[in-house]
Design a protein around this ligand. Structure first.
Ligand code: PEP
Length: 253
């Protein structure tokens, strides 16, 4: 079975102490993940080591960075390299979140470079894609998202694409309380898988986990995750509440 993943995206929230308490509360629920299930906490850079040590003893609990730079090292004041992340044992990195694309002008090309570096350093990229509201209203969401995949992922080898986790996040559903219906999510996830299959074949496409993101909450996670092509979620707001996120983890297939 494909990996089923509950990924928390804290964004720029929580003090160190609040973050530590949130992790303690979630981990003290002692949810035993099955072999095909994972929980990932994408926390701000200053909390990576703390989150790593909190989750160290737990089976299938991991920590992710929320971003990295697209250059190996050098005179890029304020940036964080993939090698730095690897050197503190980080195994996942969120790439191309719509907030990064919008506020920091991250292009598909720049994301392809970040992806390559992550794979080079054995860090699993969680690659975000998704359309804005005007594209959804125009009905052209499929070709919009297909282009994001083509321009950032399709230079990868068959072996490397299987290491990538994709997160489909319709921008109109992020932080808005407006969730895609499970039909809309399933339709897009099946489409993304068909795009992968066209490029890499069905065996490879079937191996790639595709998460849904956009106002996932305790009360809708089960229905969304039960869709055959939805392999869990990337969760913003609701991941900051221990009770909500525990229910979301428990909603994984
Ligand atoms: C996100 O930040 O990736 C996200 C999906 O946010 P929210 O769950 O708050 O919509």
């Amino acid at each position: 079975m494909r990996k089923q993943i509950a990924a928390a995206n804290w964004k720029m929230n929580c003090t160190y102490q609040q973050g530590e308490q949130l992790l303690d509360e979630i981990l003290s629920a002692n949810i035993e993940l099955k072999a095909h299930q994972q929980t990932i906490f994408a926390v701000p850079f200053p909390y990576l080591i703390m989150a790593k040590s909190e989750t160290e003893e737990e089976n299938n609990y991991f920590v992710a960075a929320q971003n990295c730079y697209n250059k190996k090292s050098g005179a890029y004041t304020g940036e964080v390299s993939v090698e730095m992340l690897q050197s503190i044992g980080i195994q996942f990195c969120v790439l191309g979140h719509s907030e990064r694309r919008e506020y920091f002008q991250e292009s598909n090309k720049m994301l392809a470079e970040k992806l390559d570096l992550c794979l080079q350093y054995n860090i699993t990229p969680i690659f975000c894609c998704g359309e804005p509201l005007n594209i959804r209203e125009a009905g052209t969401q499929n070709s919009y998202v297909e282009t994001q995949l083509k321009e950032s992922l399709f230079h990868l080898s068959d072996a490397d694409i299987k290491k990538v986790v994709i997160a489909y996040e319709p921008i109109w559903a992020i932080g808005t309380g407006k969730t895609a219906t499970s039909e809309q999510a399933q339709e897009m996830h099946a489409f993304l898988r068909s795009v992968l299959a066209k490029q890499y074949g069905t065996t490879t496409a079937d191996a790639v986990s595709i998460l849904y993101g956009g106002s996932v909450k305790a009360n809708n996670a089960k229905e969304l995750f039960s869709c055959p092509d939805v392999d869990g979620g990337l969760v913003g707001g609701a991941s900051l509440n221990a009770g909500e996120f525990i229910t979301i983890i428990n909603s994984l297939k």
